[in-house]
Each structure stands twice: as C-alpha cells, then as structure tokens.
Write a protein that binds this ligand. Structure first.
Ligand code: HEM
Length: 232
C-alpha cells in the first residue's frame, strides 16, 4: 500500500524551516527566511536574560514588587541571582550586537529617524518605500539596547562591589542604573507590541524564522526586492 503523499504546501513549509537553520534572506517556496536559527537563539537568550534580570531586580528595588521574589526562591536568591543574570544579559546582547552589526549600519537618510520620524512610524504615518531589512527605528533600538545593556553592566558592577568605589560614584551608579532600566523596560514594551500585535506576521520571524511575501513587501519593500531579485 502506498503512503499518502505529503501535500506540496507542507513540503514547501518544511523546506523553509530546514533552510532557516543556517540561511536567511532567501526565498523558499512562498516564504522568506528572515532570521536564521542562530540569530533567533541569540535573540531569545537576550529576551530571557532580560526578563530574569528585570524580575529579580524589581523586588530588590522596591518592596512594591516583593511579591515577585518567591518566584525565584526569595529575596536572598534574587540578590544573588540578579547580578549574574545581568552578566548573562550583557553577554547575550554582546553576541546579538556582533551577529547583527553588519545589517544595522545606518544610512544617512535613516539618521532622520532620530527624532519625529520615529513617532510618525509609531502612528503609521511614515513612508516605508525605501526600507531595507531593518528600518531606522529598529536600528536605533538595536544601538540603544547595546548602550543600555553596557550602562546597566557598568553601574551594576559598582553596586556589586560597593567597597571598591567612592560614595559619589555609588550614588551616581544607583541613579543611572534605575533610570536606564526604567527607560529600557518602556522601550521593550513598545518593542514587544510592534513585534506582535501591531504588525501581525512579525513574531513568526523570530520563532519559525520566516515571513510571508506580503509582510516583506509591506514592511521592508527594499529588502523584499533584494531577496526576490537574487533569484534564490
Ligand atoms: C517577549 C519579548 C520579545 C519579543 C516578543 C520580541 C520580538 C521580536 C521580533 C518579532 C523581532 C523581529 C523583528 C523583525 O524581524 O523585523 C525582534 C527583533 C529584535 N529584538 Fe526582540 N523581542 C523580545 C524581547 C527583546 C528584548 C528583551 C530585547 C533586548 C534588547 C530585544 C531586542 C531585539 C532587537 C535589537 C531586535 C532587532 C531590531 C528590531 O527588530 O527591533 N528583544 N524581536
């Protein structure tokens, strides 16, 4: 008895997942591979270490969040775990920085995203026709994330080894650490919103690794042209 043949569509979908293990920016069937497996693993390591750092840090910051401490085994565990999670976060962000740097170089037009353009984009009022793989807003988020992570690490080290630093340095470190993590958390809320509810189809690029042609054409038309013109 012959086995039921796999429908053509399913075979094409599997081929995209397989190709996405080590390749990206290519068309497979009707899907485009946007993030290869290694990029996705690095990104999710950044996300997990960010949230472990956040949720172990908040109960240390203020008793308002004391209820979070038992999730990790209590406040003492949080005090021990938080700096190590922070180091892991910095390492993951470092890996992400060097993995994506080549694709994140800003063109002179994209520099105009620093300012009102970013807000126009968030209100769906900007012209996206020249957008490549990443738009100016994504690139700005990439660089500010790296800078923010570095700032958190440096100020965190001061608090980790307080006896090695003067009082003024310690006080400055506390203020900078708090301001940076609050701004970082706000930007992550926007990032998650844009990567999920605001732009359907984006989340799949970080799970399955792929996006549809329609998604690419709509959000990253120049990248879509480059990927499809290469004939791969
Ligand atoms: C649950 C949490 C998160 C979700 C759902 C999420 C989702 C996503 C998605 C879907 C993309 C791909 C966007 C695209 O291909 O156009 C992406 C990219 C990216 N993510 Fe996340 N992410 C999360 C957490 C984080 C965290 C904590 C950071 C911390 C730095 C981060 C940094 C980045 C960066 C730098 C990019 C590339 C630039 C961009 O697309 O904005 N992500 N994320």
């Amino acid at each position: 008895m012959s086995a039921t043949p796999t429908p053509l569509r399913d075979r094409a979908m599997d081929a995209a997942v397989i190709a996405g293990r080590d390749r990206e920016n290519i068309l497979v069937g009707n899907e485009i591979i946007r993030h290869r497996l290694s990029s996705r693993l690095i990104h999710w390591s950044v996300a997990v270490t960010f949230f472990v750092s956040l949720f172990t840090g908040l109960p240390i910051w203020t008793p308002v969040f004391a209820w979070m401490a038992p999730l990790f085994g209590g406040l003492q565990v949080c005090r021990w775990l938080h700096p190590w999670a922070g180091v892991a976060f910095m390492l993951a962000v470092g890996a992400m920085f060097f993995a994506w740097l080549d694709e994140m170089i800003m063109t002179s037009e994209e520099k105009s995203w620093i300012g009102p353009k970013l807000f126009e984009y968030l209100r769906y009022q900007s012209d996206d026709s020249e957008v490549g793989k990443y738009n100016g807003g994504q690139k700005i988020f990439f660089y500010t994330s790296a800078l923010g992570a570095l700032g958190l690490l440096v100020t965190g080290i001061v608090m980790w080894f307080p006896l090695s630093f003067s009082e003024i340095v310690r006080e400055l470190a506390i203020i900078l650490h708090d301001v940076t993590f609050v701004l970082f958390t706000i930007s992550i809320v926007f990032h998650i919103y844009l990567g999920t509810a605001a732009e359907p189809g984006t989340f799949g690029s970080m799970t399955r690794g792929t996006v549809t042609r329609a998604w690419a054409k709509l959000h990253h038309p120049k990248w879509y042209k480059d990927v499809t013109a290469s004939g791969k």
